[in-house]
Write a protein that binds this ligand. Sequence first.
Ligand code: HEC
Length: 244
Amino acid sequence: MEKPKSRLLSVVGVVWVGVYLFIKFAIKPPLPSSLIFMYMSLVTVAILLFVTVFEEDKEAFWGPIRDFIQGNEGENSGRKVGRAAVFVLIPMLFGFQTFKRVTPSLEPPFEQRVVHPAPPTEFVGLYNPFREDEEHLKENIKQGGEIFFKNCFVCHGDKLDGNGLFAHGFNLRPANFADATTISMLQEAFVFWRVSKGGIGLPEESTPWSSAMPRWEAMLSEEERWKVILFLYDYTGYKPRTWD
Ligand code: HEC
């Protein structure tokens, strides 16, 4: 009688697949594949130990496998084809898996950096005090320019295009203020936050790499920071974004 033999093998198969599906899909957050591989190796060893402890179980487990591999007289041709297919497919599967692992991917690594995260609440709603002082606007912009060319241009460039002398040394390039994706779409309060707190002040989601942007609150007064911002907008011709 073949029946009990094949039953143990299928029970083992179902358990193995069941455990795999459980750790692959039921556990949240998903486990890394290396860990799944480790668990499944352990499960496999445990199952093998379990089925080989008793002579009967051992035979019931290995018997059908041995029969399948060796074949026996009078077996039908379907089984022969099945065996040939397994012998071809398994090496191919391993080959494919190895191939997939060693070929380098042409896709850039997934990058989650948030370029413009939400600023801390104490900066929300701040406005540039020098905007209202129209009488001295020109003068303040000029002073802002001086601050820029003393402190910022080595990174952000003398055309404000992010191509300063040191710029190529940094990964995260210095921001290009001439580009429509930086200060032109930001509120002044946001820019003031970035100038004040620099790269160090960026929240977690913005820092897979570190930013070289200095924390200017340590070197420039509040007025100087607002003035240099005035200059950034004036020079590029952009208007700060407002709530309306
Ligand atoms: C040592 C190089 C360096 C210097 C000097 C520097 N920056 Fe930066 N700055 C960076 C880098 C790199 C970034 C881009 C990474 C980031 O957003 O933190 C940046 C980003 C910024 C941003 C954010 C733009 C955006 O789109 O979010 C502002 C605003 C800024 N800098 C203003 C200034 C001002 C004003 C000065 C001078 C007072 C200055 N920076 C000096 C390197 C520098």
